[in-house]
Design a protein. Structure first.
Length: 121
């Protein structure tokens, strides 16, 4: 698991992350936890999860062990705490290890996640 403080405010961090993700794959969904909390009358600092990946790559892992599909596509979380913005992601190699997957593509997946995270930290 990677948790790092962003160099940018929440909105700028989100914008940069999305642009970098689009360079390596696609964004499949976004969960806005703070918006969902507000909709039920609860206050939560800004908190979003971006679900992203590359179907050609993720499918290679699912071919080795279909059970990994619960942890794919990949996710990156962005949240605010104490006036700072943070990002969090699980590394593909960490996920693959849990499922006994050893495909050579995992190294490139880790590099892609590091590329995205390092763009804002």
């Amino acid at each position: 698991m990677i948790i790092k403080e962003c160099r940018f405010n929440f909105d700028e961090c989100e914008k940069i992350l999305k642009n970098k993700i689009k360079e390596i794959g696609e964004i499949f969904a976004e969960i806005d936890h703070s918006k969902n909390a507000k909709n039920v009358g609860i206050s939560l600092p800004k908190d979003k999860v971006i679900i992203f990946g590359n179907p050609k790559v993720g499918t290679l892992l699912m071919e080795q062990n279909i059970e990994v599909s619960i942890d794919l596509p990949l996710r990156v979380a962005i949240w605010e705490k104490d006036g700072k913005t943070f990002v969090e992601a699980r590394m593909p190699s960490e996920i693959a290890r849990e499922y006994g997957i050893t495909h050579e593509i995992i190294k490139k997946m880790d590099e892609a996640v590091n590329y995205v995270i390092s763009s804002v930290t």
